[in-house]
Design a binder for this molecule. Structure first.
Ligand code: MF3
Ligand code: CO
Length: 249
């Protein structure tokens, strides 16, 4: 069941999503060779606490950290650790908060120092696939329009989209209906309506789409060891079209 939100609820989800955006922008400044993903987790927690919000992931199904930090062939749900980021890595940072009764959720993939042209292109295309999807997030369109936009953008660049993880509705719960696959057909699926808030999150692999989960029970990696990128925004569908909640300004 999809829960529609009133304008005052969208404002609250925006407040929460903006804290996520602020955290990601602070982390962006801190990404450089030599930093550990555990340090990033601590920074994310302290900024969140300063804003009077709660990290959304910590304790979620037993997840022990606030941030997900996924390096290179890690797709999503990488766990912060003493791992030192090095020049040429790419790192996906996925963060969520709970604030005034609503969740916000967003992710970016960032270069560590200078990266290969192949890594840069993967990140660029994955981010473009997110924006192509967001353009479809208007009332009267269908869920499949969002999914198809991601898939077409990624596949026409020679990449593949992860099948086993999806985007989601978000609101008073971190995960609400509908599930939002990153592959699908235009014109299919439920009709999009004003008042929906969607966390759209393409996960794009440079190689094949298959993934596996490491023995830690969380870290998702590409089966073929290829690089992967992940971007996510929380987006409200309004009478004036899509509104990205998880960005600054
Ligand atoms: N942003 C992810 C999601 O939408 C992260 C949640 S996984 C967690 O599902 F367990 F770390 F919380
Ligand atoms: Co999400």
């Amino acid at each position: 069941m999809v829960i529609l939100k009133q304008p005052d609820e969208i404002d609250k989800a925006k407040a929460s999503s903006r804290i996520v955006a602020e955290v990601l922008s602070v982390l962006r400044e801190r990404i450089k060779p030599g930093v550990t993903t555990r340090e990033l987790d601590k920074i994310a927690e302290s900024v969140t606490e300063k804003r009077g919000a709660k990290p959304a992931f910590k304790g979620y199904r037993g997840y022990p950290y606030s941030l997900c930090a996924s390096v290179n062939e890690e797709v999503v749900h990488g766990m912060p650790s003493g791992r030192v980021l090095k020049e040429g890595d790419i790192v996906g940072l996925d963060f969520g908060v709970y604030y005034q009764g609503f969740y916000g959720d967003a992710a970016v993939t960032l270069p560590v120092g200078r990266v290969s042209e192949e890594a840069a292109r993967l990140m660029r295309v994955t981010e473009q696939s997110l924006y192509a999807a967001i353009e479809q997030a208007s009332s009267g369109n269908r869920l499949g329009d969002i999914s198809a936009a991601v898939q077409e953008t990624a596949e026409s660049a020679g990449y593949s989209v992860v099948r086993d993880f999806v985007g989601h509705g978000i609101g008073r719960n971190m995960h609400e209906d509908p599930q939002i696959p990153n592959f699908g057909k235009k014109g299919r699926g439920i009709e999009l309506q004003t008042g929906m808030i969607l966390a759209i999150e393409p996960m794009v692999n440079a190689g094949r789409y298959r993934v596996k989960i490491l023995p830690d029970g969380w870290t998702v990696i590409t089966e073929d060891g290829s690089l992967s990128a992940h971007f996510e925004h929380s987006v409200a569908i309004t009478d004036n079209g899509p509104e990205i909640l998880s960005r600054l300004n």
